[in-house]
Design a protein around this ligand. Structure first.
Ligand code: MN
Length: 247
């Protein structure tokens, strides 16, 4: 059976097509998988597990149905949904996993990460990341009223879009030295990440031996999945059907 990896779905009630495709994916492809890994940014924003917007509940219910079928689902935080907590995990039947994490994939040790921590050239982003990933900041944020948290998240999203427009694309890509350093520290030759929305398989060498970095695609225009079985892997684009709505 295959193990599936996806990331960067950026699910949002205002953009229902990706959510509809994801719900369909969970009921079909993922239902026959050995396990599903979601490597961050499942949601466009997540301001706390107490946000029970019906759209979010539908996504959680679809994940819970997958769990009921016996498929293990692992969710990693992304830079947009790093406030996912146990309340989300319990009602979705998923397990939250650390970023980064090493897993055994058909006998090979593979490093999984969302990818934003490897974009070290983007100094303003890394400074912001250091603040919002601190326990102190998160505790204070989660104590704010829900409406205020939603407003602040929307402001942050707009700020992030402005930053993305202003910043050169190579600055927002992962840094090769950081990639090699992370892989060396974890003694792995394969890295899987998302975040950059540039699906590809990069083959390179470090310390005189071959290595590879597999980048997952975003779900903005169509779906994207890395399918890994006992005989190897492939990156697949998942075409999106005619107008669907997340029911
Ligand atoms: Mn991201």
């Amino acid at each position: 059976m295959d193990t599936l990896f996806i990331s960067d779905l950026h699910l949002d009630a205002g953009e229902p097509a990706a959510g509809a495709q994801f719900v369909d994916f969970l009921a079909t492809r993922a239902g026959n998988a050995a396990a599903l890994y979601i490597l961050g940014d499942l949601f466009e924003a997540w301001v706390g597990d107490d946000d029970r917007e019906p759209y979010r509940d539908r996504i959680c219910d679809a994940l819970a149905s997958l769990a009921e079928r016996g498929v293990a689902c692992y969710v990693m935080h992304g830079n947009r949904d790093f406030l996912l907590r146990s309340g989300f995990a319990i009602r979705s039947g998923v397990r939250l996993i650390d970023d980064p994490i090493i897993i055994d994939l058909y006998g090979e040790q593979v490093l999984l990460t969302h990818g934003d921590a490897l974009c070290v050239a983007d100094r303003p982003y890394q400074l912001l990341r250091g603040v919002v990933r601190s326990a102190r900041w998160q505790r204070r944020f989660l104590h704010l009223p829900l409406g205020l948290r939603r407003g602040l998240a929307e402001q942050a999203r707009q700020g992030s879009q402005r930053h993305t427009r202003r910043t050169a694309s190579q600055i927002m890509d992962v840094d090769q030295a950081a990639v090699s350093a992370a892989m060396r520290a974890c003694a792995v030759r394969t890295l899987i990440h998302g975040h950059t929305h540039r699906p590809a398989v990069h083959r390179f060498e470090f310390d005189g031996r071959p290595a590879r970095r597999i980048v997952l695609g975003a779900w903005h225009e169509c779906g994207s999945v890395l399918v890994w079985g006992p005989d190897g892997f492939r990156l697949e684009e998942l075409p999106r059907g005619t107008a669907q709505h997340c029911a």
